[in-house]
Structure formats: C-alpha cells, structure tokens
Design a protein around this ligand. Structure first.
Ligand SMILES: [Zn+2]
Length: 269
C-alpha cells in the first residue's frame, strides 16, 4: 500500500518528480546523492489523508516558518540518489506535514525516509513563496555542468552578465526563462547565509538562482517547469561553449533582436 494509491492527482505530481529525477541523472547533473527536490503538495491532500497517523516522531525544522501551518511536502530523502528516486519516489523520498507550531514536522508516508539535510533552506523558500501568495509549489537544486562551469569566471558572476549572454544564444532562452539567472556568490552548502541569499535573489524576481561553483536553485509552479527553466539556460550555455570550442566568440543576438522578441511575446522587462 502507498499513500499514492487512489490519489491520482497527488500521484501525478510525484510521478513528475520521478520523471525529472531521471532526467537529472541522464544529464549528468545528479552525481551520487547530489541535488534536492521539495514540492508543496498541500492542495492534493484530502480529508482522509489528514487523519493518517505519523510514522515518525516530531522533528525540529530548526527555524519557525509561520506560513507553512497545515502544509504538506514531498521531499527527497537525505543521502538518496536521484537515479533511485526516478524508479521509486516513495522509497527515496517521503511525505511530511508541518505541525501547528510551524517549527516541527513529522513523516506520514510511505516509509520513514528522513528528508534532505537541505530541508530547512527549502522550507524557508516555500515559506517565502506562500508569504508572497506565489503560485510556485516546486523547488529544485541540481548541478548543471555548463552553468556551473560559467561561474568559475568572474566575468559571468557580474549581475546579469550571464543572463544577457545566455538569452542572446537562442531566442527561446529569453522566451522560456524570461527572468534570467540570478547569481549568489560562493557560500558554504547548507548554510543559513546561502538560504537567505537565495531568497533575496528570488525576491529580486529570479526563478533560477546560480550558486557560484556549486549549482542552481530553481522555483516554479511545478517540478517539470522548474526543470525546464534550468534545461533551457543550460542549453544556451552549451551553445556558447560549442562556439568557443569552434574557436570563436559567438556573436549573440543583437539588443534590437532581443527587444523585438520581448515586445512581440510580452516578456517581463
Ligand atoms: Zn548541491
């Protein structure tokens, strides 16, 4: 028995997580246990599910997140591999609910798989999104090779330098990642400072935030859309690198061509 049995809409969301986890592995972005996914699944929790007993003791989140009262999440498990999650999302992840104190959570299904060590930072982002009444329900952290490589050069760490270059490689990049790529300077993984800087970058209106010499953190309505934004940006980075490998600096689309694209497709300024 799984909590997903007879809950087709919840199962559909978790199936998307499994599908994306498989893509992350195939793309080479999810070595070992690299990367994390958390999904706010509250809207798919029915009344019967709310009465299910916990399968763990309450655990402290480590911070108080008032907008998560009554919320439920699917979280990748700590030390779990994306390639395993792709086959068995409830064996490499778990469903948790936030307790009324907004400072603790408990696991509800299917197995007591302890959530990622990044849970406090992921939940802090979800708390921020709910506070802003954002429709975004998914957060993704992964290690896209070419985007991470870019951050090893100071040139691309300057605000919106990478965004402008990536947008200019192929028109779809700006169309499908219209808010660009935020940049967060190197900070210790899992640190409070990194989580705070990520939220500040999302607050500046980025959906995808680059962590220098580490990876991306992306948010969107669902996990497939978050993955698509990262995929589109990384594709643009690959085109840039391919041109450099052919021995020249790519021209990029002109400012006039990019402006025309924004005007015709009504993209955010
Ligand atoms: Zn990482």
């Amino acid at each position: 028995m799984s909590i997903l049995d007879n809950r087709p809409s919840l199962k559909a969301e978790i199936d998307k997580v499994a599908e994306v986890a498989g893509y992350l592995w195939i793309k080479g972005w999810a070595e070992r246990n690299g990367g994390n996914i958390t999904i706010n699944i509250t809207e798919w929790v029915d009344e019967e599910m709310k009465t299910l007993p916990a399968i763990s003791e309450p655990r402290a989140i480590g911070t108080v997140l008032p907008h998560l009262r009554g919320c439920w999440f699917y979280c990748k498990g700590t030390q779990k591999r994306m390639r395993d999650l792709a086959r068995d999302p409830m064996g490499s992840g778990s469903i948790i609910r936030i307790l009324p104190d907004c400072a603790h959570y408990e696991m509800v299904a299917d197995a007591p798989v302890a959530p990622t060590s990044e849970l406090p930072s992921h939940l802090s982002v979800h708390n921020y999104l709910l506070a802003k009444s954002s429709p975004y329900r998914a957060s993704l952290h992964t290690h896209p090779i070419e985007l991470v490589a870019l951050t090893h050069s100071k040139k691309w760490l300057e605000k919106d330098a990478a965004t402008r270059m990536l947008w200019s490689m192929i028109p779809e990049t700006k169309a499908f990642c219209p808010r660009g790529l935020g940049m967060v300077p190197y900070m210790l993984p899992s640190s409070v400072g990194l989580a705070d800087a990520t939220i500040r970058a999302i607050d500046e209106d980025y959906d995808v935030v680059m962590w220098e010499k580490h990876g991306v953190f992306a948010v969107d309505t669902d996990i497939m859309s978050a993955f698509d934004q990262v995929d589109v940006l990384n594709k643009a980075a690959q085109i840039y690198i391919s041109a450099r490998n052919m021995g020249f600096e790519p021209e990029g689309m002109t400012d006039a061509q990019m402006k025309e694209l924004s005007d015709v497709f009504g993209l955010p300024k």
